[in-house]
Unconditional design. Sequence first.
Length: 95
Amino acid sequence: MSAGGSFGGNRGLRPVPPEKGVFPLDHMHLCDLEKKEYLNCLKASGHQSEKCRHLSKKYLECRMEKNLMAKQDMTELGFGNLSQASLSGDKLDQV
C-alpha cells in the first residue's frame, strides 16, 4: 500500500519555484577560474566565507557577464555594505 505517487512522490502537491528563478549551469565552464579561486579561499580560511566575499562577488559578476544569471545590482545580492578594501581582498584586521 502506497500513500505517495510514483517513486515516492506526493500527488496533488504542486512544486514551488525558487524565489529568484532558475539559472543555467555553467556547462561551458565560463566562470571556472572564479569558482576555483573562491573554493580555494574557503579552504585556506577554514571555511570562513566572510574572508572570501570579494571572490564571491567576482564569481557572481562573471555569471552575470556571461548571461548565466540575471543581471542584478550587487547591493541586492548582499554586497552593498562592503568597503572597497574588503572587496579588493585587503586585510582590514591589520592595525
